[in-house]
Design a protein around this ligand. Structure first.
Ligand SMILES: Cc1cc2nc3c(=O)[nH]c(=O)nc-3n(C[C@H](O)[C@H](O)[C@H](O)COP(=O)(O)OP(=O)(O)OC[C@H]3O[C@@H](n4cnc5c(N)ncnc54)[C@H](O)[C@@H]3O)c2cc1C
Length: 499
């Protein structure tokens, strides 16, 4: 790769990043450390970084460490609780904390309080069957080194000590249970995106705010050409590079389709919007210091719609958020067009989309019910968690769009996927990210996977630097309790978190 060269109409770079959310800014900052001499351009259609799904009011800000989200520990057909998915996500969150610590230490990120705060992560259930599930989950989790700090109780008073809003006004005879980790976090991914974007700009990256990328296409010399337009200034930019990352969130599907790579064929996008109840009333917000996740009470509810009552720290202020309430809207980004869904339908993904629609009536019915739910009904959901909630303290806010991926499985069955999917072209010269949670919390691990897939010949020379950035790089902490202890206390100390 070479230094950037300006031609009459096309600026040449070593790397082009599209979108300034948590994904692209993280990849940019990693690449700047691994290859400081590479020229990098970043195109963002909005006027600032981290304003779409990564904005703190557009997501739930959970440092998804699988400490409280019950959908990561399902009960299997044999009745046992599987901790495999939770362990995988927790490992990835340790990687995130190590990288953020490295960046705090070298000044890439600022004061950790501006983007991460300590917060107990609690799971809370009611009803005999759910109490039994939580108890079995506790037994399964405490056997894993990653989760050995879990606490469990069925005692209403203890739950009241942990999170008083859950128990005030609750029927004392109701069977309840809760588990708790004190080392959970609340993360502002918008703040991380903005700090990384600022760092990248001062390190020489060409950041083009206000430029929407219209398409990505192959040139005859094997490069990727990116066409971008700033509509308000009436300006166009062309840029090319041997490697492009499409970190455009909900905009990624259309841009990957424009690239014509085989790997995007057959894939469709299903947008699910979300709303949260929010209060910034200090009298209410000061009484709760936790993220509390429950179980979905409605049949067909997708995994990302499990209810949770979260303390949030945004811009140094404390708030409470409850939700999400799922909704349906055909745009793929909060700021984009309602035509996104119809325009994403292509001959090669039509069968997948129809197959998913036909096979997911429970989800469709769930979404219809959610969309038509009255404010009163929405508050009733809150009262199940927080029986004494003052109705007038809450406002409804619209969260970011999640574009869930629709694709065919190996048996040709159309399915809807709820995770995050890294799509890479066969030659590794283009990559993009589709899907949603656990998304932001696991960004560093996703970006390291991208490097392994797209730059395999570089990995050996990059390894010492990668191990400096993430001391446990390539190793599983669950298999090495001593290393787990070391990296946990290092990142807790650097990020000023409770241990
Ligand atoms: C309701 C909700 C709750 C969530 N909760 C959590 C959570 O608790 N924990 C968690 O880890 N994750 C959560 N997520 C997922 C998380 O928010 C996403 O995985 C993550 O923010 C995605 O980051 P990104 O950089 O890919 O996308 P984004 O942050 O959306 O960034 C994409 C950027 O690309 C820009 N862009 C788009 N198209 C173009 C174009 N054509 N040209 C130029 N720029 C373009 C956009 O303006 C945007 O700035 C949640 C998401 C939602 C919607």
């Amino acid at each position: 790769m070479s230094e950037s060269v300006t031609t009459s109409s096309t600026q040449r770079y070593d790397v082009i990043l599209i979108g300034a959310g948590i994904m692209s800014t993280t990849l940019g900052a990693i690449l700047k450390e691994l290859q400081p001499q590479w020229s990098i351009a970043l195109f963002e259609s909005l006027d600032s970084a981290g304003e779409e799904a990564s904005d703190p009011w557009n997501n739930a800000g959970t440092g998804h460490a699988a400490l409280c989200e019950l959908n990561y520990t399902p009960r299997g057909a044999d009745g046992s609780i599987s901790t495999a998915k939770a362990a995988g996500i927790n490992e990835q969150f340790h990687v995130s904390k190590q990288l953020w610590s490295h960046w705090v230490n070298n000044g890439t990120l600022g004061d950790p309080r501006t983007f991460i705060n300590s917060l107990p992560h609690i799971s809370f259930v009611w009803g005999d069957e759910n109490v039994q599930y939580l108890k079995d989950r506790y037994e399964a989790m405490r056997a894993e080194p990653l989760f050995e700090n879990i606490e469990y109780t069925e005692d209403m008073d203890t739950i009241g000590d942990w999170a008083p809003l859950l128990t005030g006004g609750r029927d004392p005879s109701q069977p309840v249970a809760a588990s708790k980790f004190d080392d959970g976090t609340d993360v502002d991914f918008g703040a991380i995106s903005r700090q990384l974007a600022e760092h990248l700009q001062t390190s020489g990256l060409d950041l083009h705010y206000g430029y929407e990328v219209k398409d990505v296409s192959r040139t005859s010399d094997g490069q990727w050409n990116v066409r971008a337009k700033n509509s308000s200034a009436g300006e166009k930019l062309n840029a090319s590079a041997p490697f492009v990352f499409v970190g455009a969130g909900g905009g990624a599907l259309g841009l990957l389709q424009s690239s014509g790579i085989d790997e995007i064929r057959g894939i469709g996008g299903f947008p699910v919007s979300g709303q949260f109840l929010r209060t910034t009333d200090p009298e209410v917000a000061e009484q709760h210091h936790a993220k509390v996740y429950g179980l979905a009470s409605t049949k067909g509810a997708p995994p990302m719609s499990v209810p949770h009552l979260d303390t949030r720290f945004v811009g140094g202020r404390r708030a409470l958020m409850f939700g999400p309430y799922a909704g349906f809207s055909t745009n793929f980004l909060k700021s984009s067009s309602y035509l996104d869904l119809p325009l994403s339908v292509r001959p090669h993904n039509l069968a997948t989309q129809l197959g998913v629609a036909a096979g997911n009536w429970e989800l469709v019915t769930f979404l219809l019910k959610e969309v038509t739910k009255s404010q009163k009904k929405k508050l009733e959901e809150l009262y199940k968690f927080y029986p004494d909630a003052p109705a007038d303290a809450w406002e409804m806010i619209t969260a970011g769009q999640r574009v869930q991926m629709m694709r065919k499985d190996e048996n040709g069955k159309a399915m809807l996927q709820f995770g995050t999917e890294l799509v890479t072209g066969a030659d590794g010269s283009i990559a993009g990210l589709l899907g949603a949670s656990p998304g932001a919390s696991t960004t560093p691990s996703i970006m390291f996977r991208l490097l392994e897939r797209c730059f395999p010949s570089k990995m050996e020379s990059w390894r010492p630097k990668l191990e400096e950035m993430v001391p446990s790089y390539g190793r599983l902490l669950n298999d090495d309790p001593q290393l787990l202890q070391e990296v946990s206390s290092d990142s807790q100390r650097t990020l000023k978190l409770a241990g």
